[in-house]
Structure formats: structure tokens, C-alpha cells
Design a protein around this ligand. Structure first.
Ligand code: FMN
Length: 171
């Protein structure tokens, strides 16, 4: 079965997630991975489609959204999964509700792969914002925010593996 994974990534985290998924399934599937910036092909000739990227300023990448809208009909006929990477996974449901076009009903679900807030991987504006977001999390008032249970975000490999298990069941 042919799989296409398309990602949108500014700092490399969503790319890393796409690669973890690819490595997990490449022994069972014929996998192609594309950056949304490099004009990925249409999903027509693939059996399984995985599309995702990061949330920035509460939004997903514009090109990713355009691709989802343009190919909605095809994606709904295929085995499709979507994923998001975000620094605040507690808002995942809100990002899904507001950012994923309603025309898409992905048969393999919408997954939260976690995220990272690591300024050393970033430059300029992104670096400043990520430093601010980290301070917001680390400096949160313990009375209103359980710091012990709200550490800095990380990629959640188990969620990536859960999707790969779901895909393997289609073989
Ligand atoms: C400029 C900027 C804005 C961000 N805005 C949000 C946001 O609104 N909500 C959120 O949950 N995470 C936000 N994040 C965190 C990213 O989603 C997180 O760092 C993610 O892992 C980035 O993935 P990428 O490297 O694939 O772009 C933001 C990060 C940056 C750099």
C-alpha cells in the first residue's frame, strides 16, 4: 500500500514527527514524505494519506489548509489521518474545531503528536515567542496552574505509534 505523509513545519518538530511515523511503518508500506512548501502531489495515487503540521498563533499553516480544502473530496474517500503539533496540547480540541476544514472527515482520525518549545532550534521572531511561551509555562502561578502536571511540552511518540498501529490494521 502506498502512503503519503505531508507536513508543515517551521522549526522542524512536525517534520520530526512525520519521520518518526515514516520509520515506524516503512517496513510494511511504500512511504513518501513531503514538505507542504515543496508542492506535494495530489493524494489520488496513494492509499493512505497523513497530513499535519504545527499550530502557530492558534492557526495551522495556510498552504496546509488550502491543500486540505482542495483535496477534501478525495481525502474523504481515502484512508486519511490528520495530525497537529502544538505547544499547548490542552487546546488541541479547539485547534481542531477552528482550524480543520469541516469538509474533511478523516477516517483514521485527527491526532495530537505533542510539540516542543525549544528556542535553540529557532531564529528571530520564533525564538522570542518560544522563549515567552516557555516563561509563561514555567512561571505559571501554582495556585491556578499545576506546574507539576504541566511540564514543557514534548513530542508524544505513543500517539504516533497509535496511528501506525491503526494503519497496520489496514494491511
Ligand atoms: C511563533 C510561534 C507561535 C506559536 N503559537 C502557538 C499556539 O498558538 N498554540 C500552541 O499550542 N503552540 C504554539 N506554538 C508552539 C508550536 O506549536 C510548537 O513549538 C511546535 O512544536 C512547532 O512545530 P514546528 O517546529 O513543526 O513548527 C507556537 C510556536 C511559535 C514559534
Amino acid at each position: 500500500m502506498k502512503v503519503i505523509i505531508i507536513y508543515a513545519s517551521r522549526g522542524g518538530v512536525s517534520k520530526k514527527c512525520a519521520e518518526i511515523l515514516r520509520d515506524k511503518i516503512s517496513s510494511s508500506f511504500d512511504v513518501s514524505v513531503f514538505d507542504i512548501e515543496n508542492a506535494p502531489p495530489s493524494p489520488d495515487s496513494f492509499d493512505i494519506v497523513v497530513i499535519g503540521g504545527s499550530v502557530r498563533m492558534s492557526r495551522i499553516n495556510k498552504k496546509l489548509k488550502k491543500y486540505l480544502r482542495e483535496h477534501a473530496q478525495t481525502l474523504n474517500k481515502k484512508q486519511t489521518a490528520l495530525f497537529l503539533c502544538c505547544g499547548f496540547p490542552e487546546y488541541f480540541d479547539t485547534y481542531v474545531a477552528k482550524q480543520i476544514p469541516k469538509s474533511i472527515i478523516p477516517s483514521l482520525g485527527i491526532h495530537c503528536f505533542g510539540g516542543e518549545l525549544k528556542p535553540k532550534n529557532l531564529k528571530g521572531f520564533d525564538k522570542i515567542i518560544v522563549k515567552m511561551l516557555r516563561e509563561e509555562i514555567k512561571g505559571a502561578d501554582f495556585e491556578s496552574y499545576d506546574a507539576l502536571h504541566s511540564p514543557l511540552p514534548e513530542i508524544v511518540p505513543e500517539n504516533i505509534y497509535r496511528l501506525s498501529d491503526k494503519m497496520r490494521k489496514l494491511l
